[in-house]
Design a protein around this ligand. Structure first.
Ligand code: NAP
Length: 311
């Protein structure tokens, strides 16, 4: 009997994913049916975007797993009808690599003070050489798949990197702190802080008036994680006072960021439109199909979401 796979995401994604998914399924030799419309009671796996039409999983009575197309799961993790294993996306060649490039680029921009030379209308001779990376400590809040990869890339460039996670972790070359005391320590010592935490009730407003005040004067914030990680009013106040020199923000509580949001016009804020990274269909399809193969072989699924932790 074939494995029935429902693709539940917007049409534009089907156009992008159908061929790579079929190629990955063919490569593992599965007998399958892959479609955007299947009788719910026949579906074994759902390849899923939380903004798809499928919001009630109750009719999918023989479902074995739901395989998320994105890394962030905050829009599906609390769905009470989603009771089967739920895997998030880990896509090393696409999503992770893209994030490493985006984070490295924006960290280097602030580290090197590039703006002063790119926008220099008065042709001022600004002869302040930047410090070397070894003198620019970086903190990574969220030392998971993406945070670890970004931290290691920065560490290889010479930055002293310290991470912060929920549980103790061993990532080569990166000390990892935990808990509220660990957060305070990372913030106190970091001139650039990168947020790569998931959006959960415990991570909301990780950067707030109190924690921003711990950062050294003139520090930089880089947020490709999620909007709710930052208390926006507190960040704007810290930017206005000059305590935070610049914030590069890719994610926001409301997206697209409303045209009248103060971030757009703030001279110390760079807005990028949630483009830090995205899953790339060929490598993401291979990741999804590996989980289907595992399910059919009776092997444990990879990258399962912890419902209690919310990520
Ligand atoms: P991940 O592997 O699950 O890593 C999450 C990290 O955050 C882990 O180190 C985790 O700690 C830590 N964490 C979670 N809750 C915490 C808490 N309460 N206190 C301290 N640390 C906590 O996730 P990922 O794949 O790296 O992705 C991270 C996030 O990036 C996603 O959730 C998504 O929001 C965002 N993202 C953004 C884009 C974009 O284009 N802007 C693209 C992809 C992803 P443990 O290690 O102890 O579990």
């Amino acid at each position: 009997m074939p494995v029935n796979i429902l693709f539940a995401a917007r049409t534009v994604r089907w156009v992008e994913y159908e061929a790579p998914l079929r190629a990955a399924l063919d490569a593992v030799g599965l007998d399958y049916v892959l479609d955007v419309d299947l009788p719910p009671e026949t579906v074994d796996y759902i390849v899923y975007a939380p903004n798809s039409k499928v919001q009630d999983f109750t009719p999918y009575t023989r479902l074995k797993a739901v395989l998320n197309l994105w890394a962030g799961v905050e829009d599906a993790v609390n769905n009470p009808t989603l009771k089967v294993p739920f895997a998030r996306m880990v896509d090393d060649a696409g999503l992770t690599q893209g994030m490493v490039e985006w984070v490295t680029g924006h960290v280097l921009r602030h580290h090197l003070g590039m703006d002063a030379h790119i926008v220099n209308p008065n042709h001022d001779w600004i002869a302040d050489a930047p410090p070397v990376a070894a003198d620019r400590p970086v903190g990574i809040l969220g030392l998971g798949e993406l945070g670890s990869a970004c931290g290691q890339a920065l560490q290889q460039l010479g930055f002293p990197v310290t991470g912060w996670a929920r549980s103790p972790k061993t990532v080569e070359g990166i000390p990892c702190l935990t808990g509220p005391d660990g957060l305070r320590e990372v913030l106190r010592q970091s001139q650039i802080v990168v947020l790569l935490l998931p959006s959960t009730p415990s991570t909301e407003n990780t950067l707030n008036a109190e924690t921003l005040a711990l950062m050294p004067k003139g520090a930089f914030v880089v947020n490709p994680g999620r909007g709710p990680l930052i208390d926006d009013d507190a960040l704007l106040a810290a930017l206005d006072s000059g305590h935070i020199a610049h914030a590069t923000l890719d994610v926001f509580r409301t997206e697209p960021l409303p045209k009248d949001h103060p971030y757009w016009s703030h001279p110390r804020v760079t807005v990028t439109p949630h483009i830090a990274s995205e899953t790339r269909a060929p490598s993401a399809s291979r990741a999804i199909v590996e989980n289907i193969r595992r399910g059919e072989a009776g092997e444990p699924f990879l990258y399962l979401v912890d419902r209690d932790a919310g990520y």
